[in-house]
Design a protein around this ligand. Structure first.
Ligand code: NAD
Length: 329
């Protein structure tokens, strides 16, 4: 099989490529990425001789599809940082909505056998902290931030290409990912890299806001299950049911690194900061037999240790981030 993986030099995309190359040695993988500040080819260094890397924007990918004729497109490419979306929403709508539409059009013309789109739990809006409810695949979309709205727009475009043009699509909406190679602006690597430098951990005032956590490898295996045996036109939720607050994550980082609680420093919330997301992921478990394999606490602790051991990876990236937390004030 020939795969085109977009956003392949980012956090989850690179986990997917590394996993796919190891698990499917006979497949051909073309890894496409625009190499924004969040993408780095070093994430693909381990598999460089097994893939073809193309430096391109998903909005202009048609020549790439014409040349490489993929059977399957897996679309990870996105602007992904909620905080940056407050300062520069336009780039989110440009890539996440118009870029995805450009890629859908290229996939339609290339007559791909599957277009798999990576989406998020955040398209549904948020839940009250005490809500006795989880989002299902049928829940209404109620995005509350520019990032979430742009991801929601992308999902609508993907479904429209299926209904209108018959493009064989699938979508996964996934919970909050953690793991190695996550850009150091996101909460776990942000806290870990600050702690490793002895700097305060910027914990939002709403420190009890919760996220559902999943290891990137479990997410990748869920996408693999959908590509293998998911039904065309369907959406699958990917979650663990394991929730932890922003403060829980800060506490785990400090505990793993043997540092004092006094390093926690309260900062104002990001505007539109969602309280909580929780996915009902019973459909993918029941229909495709997928389940998460990585234990939450040991997965988080392994990840913290990875950042501690890989300063050479994150130090040069940190300076590329276009935004510092709180810059919207
Ligand atoms: N990280 C999470 O917790 C999470 C959860 C659910 C869904 N997702 C989704 O998973 C996908 C990957 O997220 P991530 O955390 O790996 O993000 P990331 O920011 O680490 O990676 C995104 C990659 O896309 C590339 N990119 C950006 N704009 C592009 C464009 N116009 N054309 C081509 N490439 C472009 C970037 O260079 C980067 O390599 C995104 O679609 C995101 O919305 C992420």
């Amino acid at each position: 099989m020939r795969l085109l993986v977009t956003g392949a030099a980012g956090f989850i995309g690179s986990h997917f490529v590394r996993h796919w190359v190891a698990a499917h040695p006979d497949d051909t993988v073309v890894a496409l990425d625009a190499l924004t500040y969040a993408g780095t080819e070093t994430n693909l260094a381990d598999v460089r001789d097994r893939i073809t890397f193309v430096h391109a924007d998903i909005a202009d990918a048609e020549p790439v599809l014409r040349e490489h004729r993929p059977d399957v497109v897996v679309n990870f490419a996105a602007e992904s940082h909620n905080s940056l979306a407050i300062l520069d929403p336009a780039r989110f709508f440009r890539t996440n909505v118009l870029g995805t539409q450009g890629l859908l059009e290229a996939a339609r013309r290339a007559e791909v056998q599957r277009f798999h789109h990576i989406s998020t739990c955040e398209v549904y809006g948020d839940l009250a902290l005490d809500a006795d409810q989880a989002f299902t695949e049928d829940s209404p979309y109620r995005p509350r931030t520019p990032y979430n709205a742009s991801k929601a727009g992308a999902d609508h475009a993907v479904r429209a290409y299926h209904e209108t043009f018959g493009l064989p699509v699938t979508i996964t909406n996934c919970a909050n990912n953690y793991g190695s190679h996550q850009f150091p602006e996101k909460v776990l690597p942000l806290f870990t890299t600050h702690a490793l430098d002895g700097k305060p951990l910027p914990v939002y005032t709403s420190k009890h806001n919760r996220r559902e956590w999943i290891h990137a490898l479990d997410h990748v295996r869920a996408i693999e299950a959908v590509l293998d045996r998911g039904a065309v036109g369907e959406t699958y939720h990917v979650g663990t049911g394991i929730e932890a607050s922003v403060e829980d994550i800060a506490n785990l980082v400090l505990d793993e690194l043997g540092l004092p609680a006094s390093l926690k420093h309260e900062v104002p919330d990001r505007p539109g900061h969602d309280r909580r997301y929780l996915l009902d992921s019973s459909k993918i478990r029941r229909e495709l037999g997928w389940e998460p394999l990585v234990d939450f606490e040991s997965g988080i602790r392994d990840t913290i240790r990875w950042y501690a051991a890989n300063r050479v990876w994150w130090e040069p990236l940190r300076d590329r981030s276009p935004i510092a937390e709180g810059a919207w004030k």
